[in-house]
Design a protein around this ligand. Sequence first.
Ligand code: MG
Ligand code: MG
Length: 316
Amino acid sequence: MVRKIIYEAPERLYDRALGAYLGLAIGDALGATVEFMTPREIAHQFAREGGVHRQIIGGGWLKLEAGEVTDDTTMSLAIGEAILKSAHENRLFDTTFIADAFVTWWRSKPVDCGDTCRRGIVRYMRDGSLHGVQTEGDAGNGALMRNLPVIIAALGDGDTFERVSLAQARITHHHPLSDAAVIGIGHLARRILVGENPHIIQNYLTNWIAQWPKFSFQPYPGRASGYVVDTVQTVLHAYSIHRDFEEAVVAAVNRGEDADTTGALVGMLAGARCGAQALPSRWVRRLNRDIVRAITDQTSALLAIALTPSSRQDSP
Ligand code: MG
Ligand code: MG
């Protein structure tokens, strides 16, 4: 499937991958304004805009500049950089590069860092272990939110995608639900990126939910917290009922709670579906320029890894 797309329309694949990565940053930047708020508080704060938050204006508990992003995007960029470095040094997908990139990222004093991520990074710094023991408290969404660079770089090889995804995830999060979400949502994104038929994608999703009923999102249970089950339900619900990128992202972030992360993940899926060209230009223009540049550069370089002749080119 990937090979077919490359030969028939490589520019469409690039547009979808860039749409996913910019969509992730847009959802992060938009959602951060209302992170940890309740839907009622959001409706009250944005009463003059019809009770709906839909402009990238910064602020929020992190007091961001408009267009600034949070750990969801910057940890993704750290993974992307680590993959590129591993390729450069002929150790493609070596997990140590990713763990080292997390340390560099953490030392750069990011605007925020989740507790589970911090614990995992500190553990790696202390003893060099690439994953902790399975822990009940590790069922947060921190590994899920940052996996897009792995999805893009391993687009042509499902086995490599799963192996590298779990390796990066368990540096900080070691829990069966986190693992399931990272793999399940990742395969969904891979299918969207290669332009698979929407009915086949829907079948995939239905089967995945049958296998993991905990993530069932219809009827929507209504929580959007950092617990990976709440996050996945909110993301899949918003993505499935809104065909339009803007409406899908707005629906997710206005649920509040972990709004930057639900926004980022819906942005990733909906951005892959519509492509970069179709993203709302007022949002793309608002994003921090350095972030847009880093995302644009990484997208081409990560896709180049996926498309090298040595990579296996199987179907998703
Ligand atoms: Mg964040
Ligand atoms: Mg968050």
